[in-house]
Design a protein around this ligand. Structure first.
Ligand SMILES: C[S@@+](CC[C@H](N)C(=O)[O-])C[C@H]1O[C@@H](n2cnc3c(N)ncnc32)[C@H](O)[C@@H]1O
Length: 465
């Protein structure tokens, strides 16, 4: 399908920059492929004799080749930034920068494959790629979308709800761009339930103006919703008294110990070791421990009664250490803990940084939607939940009062992103954008229904049944 989208004539020269077993090359006679896997390349050379194939890292090859192509199609590798590193990433990002796209270190490998492939096109050239659905929300995808709009006269993204590759955790979408050498003021976007529904040629879908894209920070997920729902969301977000969570609170991750088992003691252990109370702070360690509305003194008493390992060994830097604490730090568990990466990287290794008492906790990985829970017990929290610190006049009570609203639920779906397996993830930056309705926000039945419909649609797109 992608080869059909990009090839206009039998003489068109086609490139697949990561050709693997060569199935894109097999679909067109005048084709060239690159792959760094020598065994894949020799199999292609044997099975698809009409194709020219090169064994090379694509970015090195692209840097050196003088060849240009009429079209590009492929399924580039999706290697997350944690594993996409070293020389390959350096060359890839440098080439992207040369072509005007500044990608950050958090970029997954497919993004430079798209940009560097585009740079090998002749004027008027076309490209079509399989891309992860992350193109619809990841911050690193924004410069890719901007690059495509700046360098092609037509850009289209196709979202597919059902899994195209059922064995992969990753949802995939498609990107198609034509008219290399010109720019475009809008992006075509269409969404389909399944791969089988995608029409040909690409004529359908919505045209999204660049200014509209900009107002959504180049995130495409909102465009999975019918316009009426999107418009209602924008309208409600701008009403008087409505604000974003980031306007009244700082949302951040909880503390990171580097060795959770060592730093969190059960009450029975703390007693046995004789650790003084002043070095022990009750901590929320799992979002599953969150009650519905508030973590109260009673909640903490229950944790302690159940002898849960919830007492953080909280030693301020510079504190003088009693013998019992020193003995625990020097125990074999302590010897092991201090070798953990996070502990080695700080001084002293036993002082956990950023231990603060938040006003509320926010779960950031959820099925139905994130919960916001007051911290009446003045606990601290690990990075298993987000810590919410109020920054101006709103009280925790008022914040909690605003939270259980359909507008908040839709906002979490829109500002957060799917994580696979039906889960919704809300990064601190995304949580800051969540819209909080005014407490007196009246809602007609039809508006109510639209918001509900939007929530159902976005949950379906993240495979939450
Ligand atoms: C997802 S597969 C695509 C294979 C084929 N196009 C398909 O759809 O079946 C990605 C291919 O990228 C290749 N690859 C990964 N990094 C590469 C790089 N830096 N340069 C060239 N090829 C690379 C891998 O060897 C693998 O064959």
């Amino acid at each position: 399908m992608l080869v059909r989208w990009v090839v206009r004539s039998p003489s068109d020269r086609l490139l697949d920059p990561a050709c693997g077993d060569g199935r894109f090359l097999a679909a067109h006679f005048n084709a060239a492929g690159v792959d760094r896997d020598a065994s894949a390349v020799s199999a292609v050379a044997q099975d698809i004799p009409h194709a020219t194939v090169h064994t090379a890292d694509f970015f090195d090859w692209a840097n050196a080749t003088g060849e240009r192509f009429d079209c590009v199609a492929g399924n580039p590798p999706f290697i997350r930034y944690q594993r996409f590193k070293g020389e390959v990433r350096k060359t890839a990002l440098q080439l992207c920068e040369r072509f005007g796209a500044k990608l950050t270190g958090l970029t997954s490998s497919w993004a430079p494959f798209v940009i560097v492939s585009a740079s090998l096109l002749t004027p008027g050239g076309r490209l079509a790629f399989v891309v992860p659905a992350e193109i619809g929300h990841a911050p690193y995808a924004q410069p890719v979308i901007r690059f495509l709009l700046d360098n092609f006269s037509g850009v289209h993204v196709v979202a597919i709800r059902e899994k195209v590759f059922p064995d992969l955790s990753e949802d995939i979408w498609f990107v198609y761009a034509s008219g290399f050498g010109k720019s475009s003021g809008s992006l075509g976007f269409s969404s389909y339930n399944s791969f089988r529904d995608v029409p040909e040629p690409l004529s359908s879908g919505e045209r999204i103006d660049r200014s509209d894209l900009q107002s959504w920070n180049y995130r495409l997920r909102p465009f999975l919703l019918p316009r009426a729902i999107r418009d209602l969301y924008v309208q409600l977000s701008h009403l008087e008294g409505v604000f974003r969570l980031g306007d009244c609170a700082r949302v951040g991750i909880g503390y990171v110990t580097g060795a959770n088992d060592f730093f969190h003691l059960r009450p029975s252990e703390a007693r046995r070791l004789g650790i003084p109370d002043e070095f022990l702070t009750p901590a929320l360690r799992r979002s599953a421990f969150l009650p519905q509305r508030a973590v109260t003194h009673r909640t903490v008493e229950n944790w302690l009664k159940r002898d849960e390992p919830v007492l953080l060994l909280n030693i301020p830097a510079g504190a003088s250490l009693p013998t019992q604490v020193r003995r625990y730090l020097d125990s074999s568990a302590g010897q092991k803990a201090r070798t953990a990466y996070k502990c080695r990287a700080r001084s002293p290794w036993y002082s956990v940084p950023d231990v603060r008492v938040p006003d509320a906790f926010l779960s950031y990985m959820s099925g139905l939607g994130p919960s916001l829970v007051a911290n009446d017990a003045h606990c601290v929290c690990t990075n298993s939940v987000h810590a919410v610190h109020l920054t101006n006049s709103i009280s925790t009570t008022e914040l909690l009062h605003r939270w259980p609203h359909l507008l908040v639920a839709l906002s979490c779906e829109l500002e957060g992103h799917p994580l696979g397996g039906g889960m919704l993830k809300l990064e601190p930056r995304e949580a800051s954008h969540v819209v909080l309705p005014a407490s007196n926000l009246g809602m007609s039945e039809s508006r109510h229904e639209l918001l509900e419909e939007g929530i159902v649609i976005l949950r379906r797109w993240r495979h939450y049944a």
